[in-house]
Design a protein around this ligand. Sequence first.
Ligand code: SAH
Length: 359
Amino acid sequence: MKPLLRDIVPDDWPNLMTARGEPAYRGRQLAHWLFRQSEWSLETMTNLPASLRERLAEDWDPTGLEVVERKVAADGTRKFLFRLRDAQTVESVIIPMENHATFCISSQVGCAMACRFCATARGGLVRGLSPGEIVEQVQRLAADLVDNPFPQHGDRGFNVVFMGMGEPLDNYPAVRTALDIFTAPEGLGLSVRRVQLSTSAPPHGLVHLDALDLPVGLTISLGGSDDAARRKVMPVSGKASVTEALDAAERFARRSGRRVTVAWVLIDGSTDQLEQAENLARLTANRPFKVNLIPLNELDDDDLAATGSERILAFQRVLADAGVPAFIRVSGGRDIGAACGQLRRRRQGRVDEIAPPSS
Ligand code: SAH
């Protein structure tokens, strides 16, 4: 595959143009088309000479994603299935919030982390997305939001969260470049406040986390208050100890000046014992953390069940009593398989449908 024009941070385009014997301002013009105008076709970039556009097309692809499916849930959540140039697919979701939209995007095709409760984990890792493939998801979703704004929104603002398919710190160089493109004024011009990285904190990811110098939001997906408990539900990421993960998160919080979110999936009889809540409270109290409790979204092919509401409230109370801010998060878009951890669910369902009946 050729690289994508959007794999390149806007600041690098002037130099790339001069290296090709073109004036530097051509690079600024191209970056403007790509990131400010969200132009998908070189043909329409008419202030660039046709010969230059032809030569660019020999070395780069202008787009890497094609929408193959767009589903809208009863609550307004929209799920997109994108086909990549190598016929792999990823999903992204637009979630309507009170005053903005949240874009939930993917960083990899599949995932190597093998979390027990997550649909993406089922097929293992296929490959990391390139920076342009990550950036293009956001631009495709933004275009959809412009065409179909949520009626309750005063503006078209959106937040971006890396909570779709994949482990962002397992594809760090591409994710870091995408973050630069998101936040550059000549890129998407997004405030770092609007970007949230979510990670299961694999060991090699912690090294990247310590090097991350952008004050984006950070979520650490924990799912176990000690290493043995965590390993049962998050086997790969569990190789980094809970203590190491939270220490790195605290260092990041101090650097960024932003409270880190600890995400905790509540699975019946597995991650929801009050003893775990007490341990979690001890791990998070008096630190720059808050806890998001996410009742499990059950997968079709699995026997894990969500925690009941009474237990969820009791779990939350243990944290609150210890002074830890704890919020219960309910995901939208369940009816279209767009909820946390459910991406890819429907396509797996399709495979089930063609299996012969067992009786
Ligand atoms: N790999 C990254 C980002 C993708 S998962 C990470 O682990 O953070 C995003 C969030 O969805 C994580 O907090 C994860 O714990 C949660 N999640 C995954 N599957 C889920 C499910 N079936 N039900 C509820 N939350 C789930």
